[in-house]
Design a protein around this ligand. Structure first.
Ligand code: FDA
Length: 430
């Protein structure tokens, strides 16, 4: 039987709870979700069934100046997120979730419970970004907490094409991977209907978290990106925990909403990712606008999230997550729809957009983010995978780290007990 391990259930292709093989069991970690914080050594043990929101909330009950650099959606589970990378709004300053893991407990294929010492360096390396599912079931992670200022500043301002959105996005690409690592400005690109004439236009949202006060943010923005015209009224000072609500678009909710485990009513969706190493020219952006205008209003979005900062200081092989120096930003493509019968049209749209983007994306391999799982880039055959077959997607997610992941898998799970459509194959499974 196949085993599917589910922590928060947010896998983009549902691999934690569905399988083509009818003989499978789901091990649901949802009830294994306690968190213990140690404010003397600024660490936490977090069980995998906890959500990011629960982790952030629990930290905030202990301290206003401790935080964790994980993703922005509070209902994402620790188990999948931490084993695949984990990028959020303070990652340019503090790294990914995987960069802050210092110990773990897991069950291997022989049913033994291991910690960092007993699992050894290779396996501990593999589960910090190489996906947990290939190697066993992670039970808990010990993480370093990071220090943030008591007050941070956020803004979310938008500009349409008529307000120079194309030129702003073009310039953004030259600045925000190099800017002060306390500042993270992420873009959300959508097609909307103009309130003026009802015609479709592109609206770009500049969503930002600055680890500092507004009087330090404004001169920085004025110096590096005056074209945006950011003013004090656009900005709000708050604590880091309040900023997690702001960024997750839960601004008016009480903090306790972070404890809610159920994602907002998510319709059907398909997502993909790309890394960008050279700025996309303006004519390339105009092509993206054409694609966005073809989709149903507000149901398709591209997110551009900046890299650089501390993310570039890690070598490509330090963790299995290889997308470090040289990457300006990641693109997250998303399309949503309401009725299952509409799937084909929307999936076709996102695939066409992805192929249009090929000249602007990283090459050899065209890299992808493991946590934005995409079975289009390749998958294993049920029960009969091979190194060659898995190489199709493996090098895209992990670059040369894929080979080390295969070696670790061969050593710790040679019979391929833990497997799914994109699990690392052992070398014997030809
Ligand atoms: P789920 O339980 O579905 O697990 C995902 C994968 O990990 C599955 O293959 C599963 O088997 C395996 N797994 C889970 N628990 C395991 C365990 N204990 N041991 C071994 N294997 C295990 N990412 C990001 O970096 N930044 C972000 O801001 C966001 N935001 C975001 C928003 C929304 C709405 C979604 C749906 C997703 C994101 N993500 C994200 C992507 C997210 O990081 C990714 O989907 C994670 O894998 C989800 O982890 P879950 O535990 O929720 O998923």
């Amino acid at each position: 039987m196949q085993i599917r391990v589910r922590s928060g259930g947010h896998d983009y292709e549902g691999l934690s709870y569905i399988s083509r093989n009818p003989n499978f069991v789901i091990i649901d970690m949802a009830n294994l979700r306690s968190i213990s914080i140690d404010t003397n050594e600024n660490t936490a043990w977090v069980h995998v069934g906890a959500t990011l929101g629960q982790l952030y909330y629990t930290i905030s009950q202990e301290s206003r100046t401790l935080a964790f650099p994980g993703g922005v959606c509070p209902t994402v589970g620790v188990g999948g997120h931490f084993t695949g990378g984990g990028y959020g709004m303070i990652s340019r300053k503090h790294g990914l979730a995987v960069d802050n893991i210092i110990d773990a407990k897991m069950i291997n294929a022989n049913g033994e419970i291991l910690d960092r010492e007993s699992m050894g360096d290779d396996l501990f390396w593999a589960i910090r970004g190489g996906g947990g599912t290939s190697f066993g079931i992670v039970l808990a992670f010990k993480v370093k907490l990071v220090v943030v200022p008591e007050t941070v500043t956020v803004f979310n301002v938008s500009r349409t094409l008529e307000q120079n959105a194309t030129q702003l996005v073009h310039k953004w690409q030259y600045i925000f991977d190099k800017i002060d690592e306390n500042l993270q400005v992420r873009l959300h690109l959508r097609s909307v209907r103009s309130p003026r004439d009802g015609k479709r236009t592109i609206q770009v949202f500049f969503v930002s978290l600055f680890q500092g006060r507004v009087h330090d943010l404004l001169p920085l923005m004025q110096e590096k990106f005056p074209e945006l015209g950011l003013v004090e009224q656009d900005c709000t000072e708050m604590s880091w925990i309040e900023s997690t609500l702001f960024i997750a678009e839960l601004r008016d909710e009480p903090l306790e909403v972070l404890l809610n485990r159920t994602a907002q009513n998510t319709p059907h969706f398909k997502a993909k990712s790309d890394y960008v190493r050279r700025p996309i020219p303006e004519h390339g952006l105009r092509g993206i606008w054409r694609f966005l205008n073809q989709e149903v209003e507000n149901q398709a979005e591209l997110q551009f999230s900046p890299y650089g900062g501390v993310l570039s200081t890690f070598s490509e092989s330090e963790t299995p997550f290889p997308h470090r120096s040289g990457n300006i930003f990641i693109i997250h493509y998303l399309v949503m729809w309401d009725r299952a019968t509409e799937a084909e049209r929307h999936v076709d749209w996102i695939r066409r957009l992805y192929s249009y983007m090929a000249p602007y994306a990283s090459k050899s391999p065209r890299a992808a983010y493991f946590n934005y799982r995409d079975l289009d880039i390749g998958m294993n055959n049920e029960g009969n995978t091979s190194y060659k077959q898995a190489s199709a997607w493996g090098f895209k997610y992990f670059n040369n780290n894929f080979n080390r992941l295969v070696r670790v898998k061969t050593e710790v799970d040679p019979s391929n007990f833990f497997r799914n459509e994109q699990s690392i194959p052992p070398l014997s499974s030809w």
